[in-house]
Ligand binder design. Structure first.
Ligand SMILES: NC(=O)c1ccc[n+]([C@@H]2O[C@H](COP(=O)([O-])OP(=O)(O)OC[C@H]3O[C@@H](n4cnc5c(N)ncnc54)[C@H](OP(=O)(O)O)[C@@H]3O)[C@@H](O)[C@H]2O)c1
Length: 353
């Protein structure tokens, strides 16, 4: 399938979001025309940073209102676009029928567009690593593109916290099947890891979750997360570069997926301490990490940490495809903190000395 040409036109869903906002910026930097899709064009607190981008002044960047929940929402936006980056969240991952329905909304608009060659679908590493039974991580500890969660496990249900992972796998398949049926476009999936890096607009500090977690650390509170899973990260700017690389590649095929992560791994308590290590001038009062887990999880802390420590993160596929060098996590933490202060207006808790 023909990829998106240089200077081509790309629609981005979730353009006001953390990742979507960086995809928009990088697309503009590389000469593309961008149709940024947001739910409320008039909400300046969420879209002001897009309007402030130089491409908006010339008209190379345009803003469009679209709520995925409404059928036909992209019918007037996609015609003339060569590619679509479908980055946005959906309103409810636990309802798989709803996930299917909103995918169909996008697919119908792509099919009708007469111009879209490629859709990049933003999934998640949750569609690679999330397990209803942690022992499955012990059994299959290599995390790469062909690893899927154990879908036969009867505990893999939304009620047991697997809705997000299930919804992401479902969306990937729906898009690939629809593209194969249509024959005029292809669908490639990107599975981003835990995104860390600079926010571009104050509202993004409350989203994330990872930049919001760093905000909480700056404000002096932090709770252990993910049953002691360490952060497995990618810089949000590198994640955006992966999306654009896949959008333009001549080497990808319908249905493939690419994990976007640097393979850096860090425990939450180390991230809290890193703020002070990386920016001693800030005199950040490093918070104690509070453990909110019930006793039965806390009793297994060493075992669970041990399971994650043996996980092997691979990014061979995206590196081979794009030749990308991922930023070190230290740079992402530093830039995230500085943006939270300068863009987000966060006032960190500081030590006296
Ligand atoms: N952040 C991460 O670490 C991470 C990791 C793995 C995967 N991902 C995936 O990456 C994507 C973007 O994540 P993010 O962190 O950038 O999220 P985010 O900052 O929360 O932005 C998501 C955007 O989704 C839009 N949205 C939500 N429901 C919508 C609907 N019904 N119709 C249209 N737009 C809707 C919102 O648009 P409006 O602002 O216009 O309301 C929001 O700006 C998601 O698909 C997420 O699952 C993220």
């Amino acid at each position: 399938m023909a990829p998106v040409p240089n200077n081509g036109t790309v629609a981005v869903t979730g353009a006001a979001g953390f990742i979507g906002g960086w995809i928009v910026r990088l697309l503009l930097d590389r000469g593309f025309r961008v149709r940024a899709c947001v739910r409320n064009v008039d909400d300046d607190s969420r879209t002001g940073f897009l309007r402030a981008m130089p491409g908006y002044a010339s008209g190379r960047l345009t803003l469009h209102a679209a709520d995925l929940d409404n059928e036909g929402c992209f019918d007037d936006i996609f015609p003339g676009c060569h590619g679509v980056c479908h980055v946005s969240h959906v309103s409810d991952y636990d309802d798989q029928d709803y996930v299917r329905r909103v995918c169909e909304h996008i697919i119908r608009s792509v099919n009708q567009s007469g111009s879209v060659n490629r859709v990049v679908v933003t999934s998640s590493i949750a569609a690679v690593i999330s397990e209803a039974d942690i022992h499955e991580v012990v059994r299959r500890p290599v995390f790469y593109e062909d690893r899927y969660p154990d879908e036969q496990n009867p505990k893999r249900t939304p009620a047991r916290g697997q809705g997000y992972s299930m919804g992401k796998v479902l969306a990937q398949r729906i898009f690939a099947e629809a593209a194969a049926r249509h024959g005029g476009w292809d669908a490639i999936t990107v599975c981003p890891a835990d995104n860390v890096g600079p926010i571009q607009s104050a509202h993004q500090k409350d989203m994330g979750p990872w930049q919001h977690n760093i905000e909480s650390m700056l404000l002096g509170k932090y709770y252990q997360n993910g049953a002691y899973r360490p952060w497995m990260t990618v810089d949000v700017r590198d994640d955006a570069a992966c999306h654009i690389g896949v959008l333009c590649s001549t080497e990808v095929s319908n249905g493939e997926r690419y994990i976007a992560w640097s393979t850096d791994v860090r425990r939450v308590e180390d991230i809290c301490a890193d703020i002070n290590r990386l920016l001693p001038e800030l005199r950040h009062a490093t918070p104690e990490v509070t453990d909110p887990f019930p006793e039965r999880i806390r009793e297994r802390e060493q075992e669970l940490r041990g399971v994650w420590a043996k996980a092997e993160l691979r990014n061979d596929r995206i590196r081979q495809l794009l030749g990308i060098e991922f930023r070190p996590l230290d740079d992402s933490i530093r830039d995230c903190v500085e943006s939270l202060l300068s863009v987000g207006g966060v006032e960190p808790v500081r030590r006296d000395n």
